[in-house]
Design a protein around this ligand. Structure first.
Ligand SMILES: [Zn+2]
Length: 317
Protein backbone atom coordinates (compact mmCIF):
# COMPACT_ATOMS: atom_id res chain seq x y z
CA UNK A 1 0.00 0.00 0.00
CA UNK A 2 1.48 3.34 -0.99
CA UNK A 3 1.49 6.46 1.15
CA UNK A 4 -1.33 8.80 0.11
CA UNK A 5 -0.12 12.27 -0.81
CA UNK A 6 -0.83 15.05 1.66
CA UNK A 7 -0.14 18.69 0.98
CA UNK A 8 2.52 20.32 3.14
CA UNK A 9 0.55 23.19 4.63
CA UNK A 10 2.82 23.76 7.63
CA UNK A 11 6.24 25.35 7.64
CA UNK A 12 8.80 24.08 10.14
CA UNK A 13 9.60 27.02 12.43
CA UNK A 14 13.20 28.12 12.84
CA UNK A 15 14.05 27.00 16.37
CA UNK A 16 17.74 27.95 16.44
CA UNK A 17 16.95 30.81 18.87
CA UNK A 18 15.85 28.18 21.41
CA UNK A 19 19.04 26.12 21.24
CA UNK A 20 20.89 27.72 24.15
CA UNK A 21 17.87 27.64 26.48
CA UNK A 22 18.68 28.05 30.16
CA UNK A 23 18.99 24.52 31.52
CA UNK A 24 22.36 23.38 30.17
CA UNK A 25 20.49 21.07 27.78
CA UNK A 26 20.19 22.25 24.18
CA UNK A 27 16.66 23.18 23.11
CA UNK A 28 15.25 23.00 26.64
CA UNK A 29 14.02 26.11 28.50
CA UNK A 30 12.59 26.13 32.02
CA UNK A 31 10.64 29.06 33.46
CA UNK A 32 10.33 29.16 37.25
CA UNK A 33 7.44 31.08 38.81
CA UNK A 34 9.18 31.23 42.17
CA UNK A 35 5.97 29.83 43.68
CA UNK A 36 5.33 26.26 44.69
CA UNK A 37 3.56 24.06 42.19
CA UNK A 38 4.12 21.23 39.76
CA UNK A 39 6.85 20.97 37.16
CA UNK A 40 4.93 20.96 33.89
CA UNK A 41 6.64 20.09 30.60
CA UNK A 42 5.42 20.43 27.03
CA UNK A 43 7.37 18.22 24.66
CA UNK A 44 7.61 18.73 20.89
CA UNK A 45 9.41 16.81 18.16
CA UNK A 46 9.47 13.38 19.73
CA UNK A 47 9.13 12.60 16.04
CA UNK A 48 11.13 14.95 13.80
CA UNK A 49 8.52 15.15 11.03
CA UNK A 50 5.66 16.17 13.35
CA UNK A 51 5.72 19.93 12.95
CA UNK A 52 2.69 20.97 14.99
CA UNK A 53 4.46 20.57 18.34
CA UNK A 54 7.35 22.81 17.31
CA UNK A 55 4.82 25.38 16.09
CA UNK A 56 2.98 25.25 19.44
CA UNK A 57 6.19 25.76 21.45
CA UNK A 58 7.31 28.57 19.13
CA UNK A 59 3.88 30.15 19.73
CA UNK A 60 4.28 29.93 23.53
CA UNK A 61 7.74 31.50 23.37
CA UNK A 62 6.50 34.32 21.13
CA UNK A 63 3.56 34.98 23.44
CA UNK A 64 5.97 35.23 26.37
CA UNK A 65 4.43 32.38 28.33
CA UNK A 66 5.39 32.24 32.02
CA UNK A 67 4.11 29.84 34.68
CA UNK A 68 1.60 31.11 37.22
CA UNK A 69 2.96 28.58 39.72
CA UNK A 70 5.60 25.87 39.77
CA UNK A 71 7.90 25.45 36.79
CA UNK A 72 7.17 25.25 33.09
CA UNK A 73 9.60 23.59 30.69
CA UNK A 74 9.42 23.75 26.90
CA UNK A 75 11.42 20.94 25.29
CA UNK A 76 12.25 20.22 21.64
CA UNK A 77 13.15 16.53 21.83
CA UNK A 78 14.47 14.94 18.62
CA UNK A 79 15.97 18.06 17.08
CA UNK A 80 18.50 16.05 15.06
CA UNK A 81 15.65 14.39 13.15
CA UNK A 82 13.75 17.68 12.81
CA UNK A 83 16.78 19.32 11.24
CA UNK A 84 16.61 16.69 8.45
CA UNK A 85 13.03 17.73 7.55
CA UNK A 86 12.70 17.99 3.77
CA UNK A 87 9.30 18.95 2.32
CA UNK A 88 10.00 16.80 -0.73
CA UNK A 89 10.41 13.74 1.52
CA UNK A 90 8.38 14.79 4.55
CA UNK A 91 8.06 11.36 6.12
CA UNK A 92 11.79 10.66 6.14
CA UNK A 93 12.64 12.77 9.19
CA UNK A 94 10.60 10.83 11.77
CA UNK A 95 13.91 9.79 13.34
CA UNK A 96 17.60 9.48 12.48
CA UNK A 97 18.52 5.98 13.73
CA UNK A 98 15.50 4.72 15.64
CA UNK A 99 12.16 5.80 17.04
CA UNK A 100 12.76 8.17 20.00
CA UNK A 101 9.39 7.07 21.35
CA UNK A 102 10.33 3.38 21.75
CA UNK A 103 13.43 3.64 23.96
CA UNK A 104 11.93 4.51 27.36
CA UNK A 105 12.66 1.35 29.35
CA UNK A 106 15.62 1.05 31.76
CA UNK A 107 16.93 -1.93 29.73
CA UNK A 108 17.28 0.22 26.62
CA UNK A 109 18.27 3.48 28.31
CA UNK A 110 20.93 1.77 30.43
CA UNK A 111 21.86 -0.75 27.73
CA UNK A 112 24.84 -0.82 25.37
CA UNK A 113 23.10 0.45 22.22
CA UNK A 114 24.22 3.82 20.89
CA UNK A 115 22.08 5.80 18.49
CA UNK A 116 21.37 9.47 17.87
CA UNK A 117 17.99 9.05 19.59
CA UNK A 118 19.37 7.17 22.61
CA UNK A 119 22.07 9.78 23.11
CA UNK A 120 19.37 12.49 23.20
CA UNK A 121 17.12 10.36 25.43
CA UNK A 122 19.96 9.88 27.92
CA UNK A 123 20.52 13.65 28.05
CA UNK A 124 16.80 14.37 28.55
CA UNK A 125 16.08 11.53 30.99
CA UNK A 126 17.14 13.40 34.17
CA UNK A 127 14.91 16.29 33.07
CA UNK A 128 11.86 14.06 32.55
CA UNK A 129 12.61 12.54 35.97
CA UNK A 130 11.80 15.90 37.57
CA UNK A 131 8.52 16.43 35.68
CA UNK A 132 5.10 16.05 37.33
CA UNK A 133 2.85 16.68 34.33
CA UNK A 134 3.93 16.11 30.73
CA UNK A 135 2.22 16.78 27.40
CA UNK A 136 3.86 15.14 24.39
CA UNK A 137 2.73 16.70 21.10
CA UNK A 138 2.41 14.46 18.04
CA UNK A 139 0.62 14.19 14.72
CA UNK A 140 -0.52 11.28 12.55
CA UNK A 141 0.01 9.80 9.09
CA UNK A 142 -3.64 10.15 8.19
CA UNK A 143 -6.13 12.99 8.43
CA UNK A 144 -8.25 11.41 11.14
CA UNK A 145 -9.85 13.14 14.16
CA UNK A 146 -7.38 14.30 16.83
CA UNK A 147 -7.07 12.08 19.89
CA UNK A 148 -5.21 11.98 23.18
CA UNK A 149 -3.48 8.89 24.52
CA UNK A 150 -3.63 8.75 28.31
CA UNK A 151 -1.86 5.47 29.10
CA UNK A 152 -3.57 3.01 31.42
CA UNK A 153 -3.69 4.91 34.69
CA UNK A 154 -6.88 6.41 36.07
CA UNK A 155 -5.09 9.69 36.71
CA UNK A 156 -4.06 9.88 33.05
CA UNK A 157 -7.67 9.45 31.96
CA UNK A 158 -8.87 12.02 34.52
CA UNK A 159 -6.28 14.56 33.35
CA UNK A 160 -7.37 14.05 29.72
CA UNK A 161 -10.96 14.68 30.82
CA UNK A 162 -9.95 17.80 32.74
CA UNK A 163 -8.15 19.13 29.67
CA UNK A 164 -11.45 18.53 27.86
CA UNK A 165 -10.04 18.20 24.33
CA UNK A 166 -9.81 16.49 21.94
CA UNK A 167 -12.99 14.50 21.70
CA UNK A 168 -11.34 11.07 21.60
CA UNK A 169 -9.40 9.75 24.62
CA UNK A 170 -7.50 6.53 23.99
CA UNK A 171 -6.38 4.44 26.94
CA UNK A 172 -3.59 2.06 26.01
CA UNK A 173 -0.38 0.44 27.17
CA UNK A 174 1.82 1.07 24.14
CA UNK A 175 3.77 -1.05 21.68
CA UNK A 176 5.59 -4.38 21.75
CA UNK A 177 8.51 -2.77 19.92
CA UNK A 178 9.54 -0.50 22.77
CA UNK A 179 8.33 1.76 25.57
CA UNK A 180 7.03 5.26 24.89
CA UNK A 181 7.90 8.39 26.83
CA UNK A 182 4.24 8.38 27.89
CA UNK A 183 4.92 5.12 29.76
CA UNK A 184 8.38 6.01 31.10
CA UNK A 185 9.05 5.21 34.77
CA UNK A 186 6.70 7.07 37.12
CA UNK A 187 4.30 8.14 34.38
CA UNK A 188 2.93 4.61 34.05
CA UNK A 189 3.35 3.55 37.68
CA UNK A 190 -0.16 2.62 38.88
CA UNK A 191 0.71 3.89 42.37
CA UNK A 192 2.52 7.00 41.14
CA UNK A 193 1.54 10.63 40.84
CA UNK A 194 3.40 11.73 37.71
CA UNK A 195 1.07 12.01 34.73
CA UNK A 196 1.71 12.19 31.00
CA UNK A 197 -0.54 12.65 27.98
CA UNK A 198 0.25 12.21 24.29
CA UNK A 199 -1.81 14.33 21.92
CA UNK A 200 -2.19 13.30 18.26
CA UNK A 201 -3.24 16.62 16.78
CA UNK A 202 -4.13 15.63 13.21
CA UNK A 203 -2.36 14.85 9.96
CA UNK A 204 1.37 15.66 10.07
CA UNK A 205 1.33 18.52 7.61
CA UNK A 206 -2.21 19.86 7.65
CA UNK A 207 -2.71 23.44 8.84
CA UNK A 208 -5.33 22.36 11.35
CA UNK A 209 -2.86 20.17 13.24
CA UNK A 210 -1.06 23.30 14.43
CA UNK A 211 -4.34 24.95 15.46
CA UNK A 212 -5.22 21.83 17.47
CA UNK A 213 -1.72 21.60 18.99
CA UNK A 214 -1.89 25.18 20.31
CA UNK A 215 -5.43 24.69 21.62
CA UNK A 216 -4.63 21.38 23.36
CA UNK A 217 -1.45 22.83 24.85
CA UNK A 218 -3.21 25.88 26.28
CA UNK A 219 -6.02 23.76 27.75
CA UNK A 220 -3.45 21.32 29.20
CA UNK A 221 -1.57 24.21 30.83
CA UNK A 222 -4.87 25.55 32.20
CA UNK A 223 -5.79 22.13 33.58
CA UNK A 224 -2.35 21.95 35.22
CA UNK A 225 -2.85 25.40 36.75
CA UNK A 226 0.37 26.39 35.01
CA UNK A 227 -0.94 29.49 33.22
CA UNK A 228 -3.48 32.21 33.93
CA UNK A 229 -6.81 32.00 32.08
CA UNK A 230 -6.19 35.54 30.75
CA UNK A 231 -3.09 34.28 28.93
CA UNK A 232 -4.99 31.47 27.22
CA UNK A 233 -8.35 33.12 26.52
CA UNK A 234 -7.50 35.11 23.35
CA UNK A 235 -6.00 32.02 21.70
CA UNK A 236 -8.61 29.34 22.41
CA UNK A 237 -10.01 29.12 18.91
CA UNK A 238 -11.70 25.73 18.99
CA UNK A 239 -14.98 24.81 20.65
CA UNK A 240 -14.42 21.96 23.11
CA UNK A 241 -16.53 18.91 22.23
CA UNK A 242 -19.79 18.52 24.21
CA UNK A 243 -18.66 15.11 25.42
CA UNK A 244 -15.38 13.25 25.18
CA UNK A 245 -15.36 9.57 24.34
CA UNK A 246 -12.99 7.02 25.83
CA UNK A 247 -11.63 4.11 23.81
CA UNK A 248 -9.83 1.31 25.62
CA UNK A 249 -7.26 -0.44 23.48
CA UNK A 250 -7.72 -4.17 23.74
CA UNK A 251 -5.27 -5.42 21.14
CA UNK A 252 -2.09 -4.10 19.54
CA UNK A 253 -1.57 -6.03 16.32
CA UNK A 254 2.16 -6.50 15.83
CA UNK A 255 3.30 -7.54 12.37
CA UNK A 256 4.79 -11.03 12.62
CA UNK A 257 5.24 -12.02 8.98
CA UNK A 258 6.84 -10.46 5.93
CA UNK A 259 3.79 -9.02 4.24
CA UNK A 260 0.81 -7.48 6.00
CA UNK A 261 -2.05 -6.40 3.74
CA UNK A 262 -5.18 -4.61 4.94
CA UNK A 263 -8.53 -5.69 3.55
CA UNK A 264 -9.53 -2.07 2.90
CA UNK A 265 -7.95 1.35 2.65
CA UNK A 266 -8.20 2.07 6.39
CA UNK A 267 -7.22 5.49 7.71
CA UNK A 268 -8.04 5.04 11.39
CA UNK A 269 -11.09 5.54 13.63
CA UNK A 270 -13.19 3.22 11.46
CA UNK A 271 -15.75 1.39 13.58
CA UNK A 272 -16.08 -2.18 12.32
CA UNK A 273 -19.58 -3.27 13.18
CA UNK A 274 -19.43 -7.06 13.20
CA UNK A 275 -17.19 -9.25 15.32
CA UNK A 276 -15.03 -11.60 13.23
CA UNK A 277 -14.64 -9.20 10.29
CA UNK A 278 -11.42 -9.82 8.40
CA UNK A 279 -9.35 -6.61 8.49
CA UNK A 280 -5.89 -7.79 7.37
CA UNK A 281 -3.70 -10.73 6.45
CA UNK A 282 -0.23 -11.03 7.95
CA UNK A 283 1.30 -13.50 5.48
CA UNK A 284 -1.20 -16.36 5.86
CA UNK A 285 -2.55 -15.31 9.25
CA UNK A 286 -5.98 -13.71 9.18
CA UNK A 287 -6.55 -10.77 11.50
CA UNK A 288 -10.19 -10.41 12.48
CA UNK A 289 -12.01 -8.04 14.80
CA UNK A 290 -12.51 -9.63 18.23
CA UNK A 291 -15.86 -7.96 19.06
CA UNK A 292 -18.65 -5.83 17.61
CA UNK A 293 -18.04 -2.11 17.02
CA UNK A 294 -14.28 -2.48 17.09
CA UNK A 295 -12.39 0.79 16.45
CA UNK A 296 -9.22 0.76 14.33
CA UNK A 297 -6.61 3.08 15.79
CA UNK A 298 -3.88 4.49 13.56
CA UNK A 299 -3.33 1.69 11.02
CA UNK A 300 0.29 2.11 9.96
CA UNK A 301 1.57 2.20 6.41
CA UNK A 302 5.15 1.91 7.60
CA UNK A 303 4.78 -1.81 8.07
CA UNK A 304 7.74 -3.69 9.46
CA UNK A 305 8.00 -7.00 11.19
CA UNK A 306 7.93 -6.59 15.00
CA UNK A 307 6.26 -3.17 14.81
CA UNK A 308 2.68 -2.28 15.61
CA UNK A 309 0.49 -2.43 12.51
CA UNK A 310 -2.81 -1.32 14.01
CA UNK A 311 -4.47 -1.18 17.41
CA UNK A 312 -8.01 -2.25 18.19
CA UNK A 313 -10.21 -0.50 20.71
CA UNK A 314 -13.58 -0.57 22.37
CA UNK A 315 -15.62 2.56 23.07
CA UNK A 316 -16.39 2.55 26.80
CA UNK A 317 -18.01 5.94 27.27
ZN1 LIG B 1 4.51 10.92 16.72
Amino acid sequence: MTEPAYRIELKPPDITAYRSGNTGIDFVTTFDSGKSGPHVLVNALTHGNELCGAIALDFLFRQGVRPARGQLTLCFANVAAYQCFDPSRPGASRFVDEDFNRVWSPQVLDGPRNTVELARARVLRPLYDTVDLLLDLHSMQHATPPLVLCGVTGRGRRLAQTVGVPQWIVSDSGHASGRRLLDYAGFADPAGVKTALLAECGQHWEYQAAVVAIDVTLRFLLAAGAIDPEFAAPHLNLEPPPDQKVIEITDAITMKGNNLVYEADYFGMEIIERRGTLIARDDDTEIRTPYDNCVLIMPSRRLRRGQTAVRLGRIVS
